[in-house]
Design a protein around this ligand. Structure first.
Ligand SMILES: *Cc1c(COP(=O)(O)O)cnc(C)c1O
Length: 373
């Protein structure tokens, strides 16, 4: 097999080679049954074991308490922007949103279609709010935030504090299963799969059971969390393949050492890149404040922004692909999810040094020209 390119894409993201190989084998023969895993009926014992195994592993990895249910929904991440308000507005007339970047802003916009919304914090994509910077209404149905802003590279070190009796809701799409989380602090955590634990089309929802059943009667059946709870997440044909891949990923994460290990790898990968960028401030600019820097998405710009295309092309020639920033903000973004090997981060750090060395040498040899740009 040719050496794989190192994919820094923000999602769908890189997957471990061992998992891809296993998918290839089981595409033809699932557990010696000569039936493909794609062909498994969703009421078969084989599929029930896959789904149940995934649920059990997530419960074990995150130490999810008994009074929480774990649901699997279709429709990807953005469907949760609607499902969360449709299901939780029953707990109050208005919801509070902490806006730290584009994903929480989009979530807030969607909630406005469904109910009244208060802005607890309006950030500019450079930091997560400190405790004195946000204010949640004490009567809010829930307090919503995004634990890791994938586009801006802003991550919370610790979750925000909601007033007593206000459930805290987190979008953990881009850092789910990348570190231990105290689930008991949350009313609901949701995440789409294609960043840290699988492929597109699937979202996991961890919900405190007392928040089930609050949906208004006009909420469509397949948008209602309690329907997923009642049916063990099979209210209709679930996305068999996406669930199967998530189950393999959860198994891989556990076998590699669990969430403490995922976190120490994430810290090692991201800090080698941040420290290299910090050292080379003449060439690279970091917009995010140090205490909010994401372990998952390292976002930076070139001091000479016009050279971004050349930087990206040079990276691609070295097998480092998909480093362009999100189309809404430009710049450069290196996404370093669970499956990114340390070697990938090291190779990017090497390239950052090499590129900076060349840029600085060029500046020294023709200062007038670089000033004229
Ligand atoms: C990717 C992402 C989403 C949206 O996921 P889709 O499956 O594309 O709808 C939402 N929130 C965050 C934080 C994300 O990273």
């Amino acid at each position: 097999m040719r050496e794989r390119l190192i994919n820094f894409g923000a999602g769908p993201a890189m997957m471990p080679e061992a998992v891809l190989r296993r998918i290839r084998e089981e595409a033809f023969d699932y557990c010696g049954s000569t039936v493909s895993v794609f062909e498994l009926g969703h009421r078969t014992p084989e599929f029930e074991a896959i789904l149940g195994g995934l649920r059990d592993r997530i419960r074990r990895l995150l130490a999810v308490p008994k009074d929480y249910d774990i649901l699997f929904c279709q429709g990807g991440g953005r469907l949760q922007f609607a499902m969360v308000p449709m299901n939780l507005f029953g707990a109050g007339a208005i919801a509070s949103y902490i806006v730290t970047g584009s994903w929480s802003r989009n979530a807030q916009r969607e909630a406005l279609r469904i109910g009244r919304v208060q802005t607890a914090f309006a950030g500019n994509g450079t930091h997560a709010p400190r405790p004195d910077e946000y204010e949640c209404l004490p009567e809010a149905a829930y307090l919503y935030y995004c634990d890791n802003e994938t586009v801006h590279g802003v991550e919370f070190r610790d979750p925000p504090k909601a007033p007593e009796r206000v459930p805290l809701v987190a979008d953990m799409s881009s850092n789910f299963l990348s570190r231990p989380v105290d689930v008991s602090r949350f009313g609901l955590i949701w995440a789409c799969a294609q960043k840290n634990f699988g492929i597109a089309g699937l979202s996991v929802v961890i919900i405190r059971r007392d928040l089930l059943g609050l949906a208004a009667p006009n909420v469509p059946t397949l948008m209602n969390f309690s329907v997923y709870s009642r049916t063990g997440s099979t209210p209709n044909t679930p996305p068999i393949f996406a669930i199967y891949v998530a189950a393999l990923m959860a198994e891989w994460i556990e076998a590699e050492g669990g969430l403490e290990e995922m976190n120490s790898r994430a810290l090692a990968r991201s800090s080698i890149i941040y420290s290299t960028l910090d050292e080379l401030r003449d060439v690279y600019a970091l917009p995010v404040e140090p205490e909010s820097r994401s372990r998952m998405n390292v976002v930076f710009r070139l001091a000479d922004e016009e050279a971004t295309g050349e930087f990206l092309a040079g990276a691609a020639r070295r097998g480092l692909i998909n480093l362009a920033g999100h189309r809404s903000v430009g710049g450069i973004r290196a996404s370093l999810y669970n499956s990114m090997p340390m070697k990938g981060a090291e190779r990017l750090a090497e390239y950052l040094r090499e590129y900076a060395g060349r840029t600085l040498a060029r500046k020294r040899s023709s200062p007038a020209q670089s000033r004229g740009r």
